[in-house]
Design a binder for this molecule. Structure first.
Ligand SMILES: [Zn+2]
Length: 240
């Protein structure tokens, strides 16, 4: 960590698997990045202004659901393993412009064919993997000297600010709510957190975790929601 830069943290993580740890894996990661451990359903925000360069909305690949942005500063970024992409396919497909701080996805544990691998003993906990490249070009792996083509996101993070930044793009939020309403027939309850100004509807798999734990639907603060989610997941683990 450290260094200088002006990128925002995409999620409010306190636990990480570092860029260098990716390069030391056996076999080494083909796309070294940073794993940011956060509960499923956590909003993932754009670290900088830019245009969507690509996305994947399926769970089959290792990446799971991912979304990528070509930053105006010349760098390329993508984040993966999401439970949901919150921008419309039409918007992403037309290389839509996103502002730093706007929500682009909800975090998850998708990929390798799983909707949620966070409870598998063979897999790490739910996290968002982020990759940063120095130019608008995707290059996997390492050069002939063993240097990764991707660079360490954490070396380019602003000293303050980031995931706590409120959602600024109205269009994004309304698209997200519309998408949730489209799916409303699939779940019988929804939980909403927010401070009254920025309400956030959570995703289906998180709603299921709450439902299984017998938590009643209600608006709640974000801190309360994060605490409750951990409690509900632990309860689910101890009652298989
Ligand atoms: Zn990773």
């Amino acid at each position: 960590m450290g260094g200088s830069g002006n990128l925002l943290m995409p999620v409010p993580a306190t636990s990480f698997a570092s860029f260098s740890s990716h390069t030391r894996r056996n076999p080494p990661s083909t796309e070294p990045g940073t794993d940011m451990f956060v509960p499923i359903g956590t909003p993932v925000i754009a670290p900088a202004d830019g245009r969507i360069y690509g996305y994947g909305d399926t769970i089959g690949p290792m990446t799971g659901r991912w979304v990528g942005i070509d930053f105006d500063n010349g760098m390329r970024w993508r984040s993966m393993h999401h439970s949901r992409l919150t921008l419309s396919r039409a918007f992403m497909g037309s290389r839509g412009f996103v502002r730093a701080g706007s929500t682009v996805a909800l975090s998850g544990a998708s990929g390798y064919g799983y909707e949620d691998w966070s409870r598998l003993s063979t897999m790490p906990g739910a996290h968002t993997h982020v990759t940063l490249w120095p130019t608008h070009v995707t290059r996997f792996g390492y050069d002939r000297n063993g240097k990764p083509y991707s660079i360490d996101f954490m070396n380019h993070v602003a000293k303050s600010g980031g995931a706590a930044t409120p959602i600024t793009e109205e269009e994004t939020m309304s698209m997200q709510i519309a998408k949730n309403q489209d799916d409303s027939s699939k779940v019988s309850s929804r939980f909403i957190w927010g401070d009254g100004k920025q309400p956030q509807i959570i995703n289906d798999s998180t709603a299921d975790i709450f439902k299984d734990a017998g938590v009643k639907e209600s608006p709640m603060s974000r801190d309360r929601w994060l605490w409750l989610l951990e409690w509900a997941k632990n309860r689910a683990r101890s009652n298989p």
